[in-house]
Design a protein around this ligand. Structure first.
Ligand code: ADP
Ligand code: MG
Length: 256
């Protein structure tokens, strides 16, 4: 077992994770273990496999090798739990994801976007789902926008709705894929502030980001993905502020 794997206390793990598209081998055997409350940042050049990696963590992409483990049990290929195996449905239900391009439902209001999952997937009563949603919208500073449609919001507001929507499912793990990359620079801060607060409140997160200062501030561990392998891993201090690997030095320097 590699140093990234600690099977006894992990919420979610990747063990020897591999993913190929045809003959293109994108992930070449990755190990990652996330403890409860831990925040890990994934950095790396475009095309290194960061999105593929976190999409495999909640089985949006089915790995071609290795195992995803959730609550210390292997995740199978079937939708429902079966014997010792966790089903993909259970995994997705508890592992939230926020994307670069928000992916809000355009024909639903802000409030409906946030209540959709709890009502449809979890069968929550509408009134109860709305109460929780209003509370979450207040937490991301958008309670007054609950009746607005997404196309009337700024990018930063849309992304904060997307985060509230993910939180409405009470995820045990939150996966964030470059959630500020599509935003105008002046809107990045308001989204990072929400994520920082989540980190302080103990949310378990894997964050793909090019915001090096942010990664250094919130992540207890930083992973540098390069050409489908974890080329370097360590504290933010080690990986971002004092990189040793020459490719990592070049990468980090570009974002300073
Ligand atoms: P990153 O997020 O680090 O930029 P990605 O995980 O998006 O990297 O992509 C890694 C590699 O996998 C790239 O070469 C990309 O073109 C390829 N890739 C990603 N998704 C697919 C797909 N659905 N089909 C074929 N190739 C893909
Ligand atoms: Mg990506």
């Amino acid at each position: 077992m590699s140093k990234n794997t600690k099977a006894d206390s992990a919420v979610i793990e990747a063990v020897g994770l591999r993913k190929s598209y045809g003959t293109l081998e994108v992930l070449k055997g990755l190990d990652l273990s996330l403890d409860r409350g831990e925040v890990v940042a994934l950095i790396g050049p475009s095309g290194s496999g960061k999105s593929t990696f976190i999409r495999c963590l909640n089985m949006m992409e089915v790995p071609t090798g290795g195992t995803i483990r959730f609550r210390q049990k292997p995740v199978g290929k079937q939708f429902r739990d079966k014997g010792e195996e966790i089903g993909i449905g259970t995994l997705r239900r508890h592992v939230g994801m926020v994307f670069q391009h928000f992916n809000l439902f355009p024909h639903k209001t802000v409030l409906q976007n946030v209540t959709e999952g709890p009502i449809v997937v979890c069968n929550r009563p509408k009134r109860e789902a709305e109460e929780v949603a209003m509370d979450l919208l207040a937490q991301v500073g958008l309670a007054e926008k609950h009746a607005a449609y997404p196309n009337h919001l700024s990018g930063g507001q849309k992304q904060r709705v997307a985060i509230a929507r993910a939180l409405a499912m009470q995820p045990e793990v939150l996966l964030l894929d470059e959630v500020t990359s599509a935003l105008d620079p002046e809107l990045v801060g308001e989204v990072l502030a929400v994520i920082r607060k989540l980190a302080e409140e103990g949310m378990t997160m894997a964050i793909v980001t090019h915001e090096m200062a942010f990664a250094a501030a919130v992540a207890s561990r930083v992973l540098f993905l390069d050409q489908g392998v974890i080329a370097e891993t360590g504290s933010a201090e080690e990986v971002i502020l004092n990189p040793q690997n020459p490719r990592l030095q070049g990468f980090v320097a570009r974002f300073k």
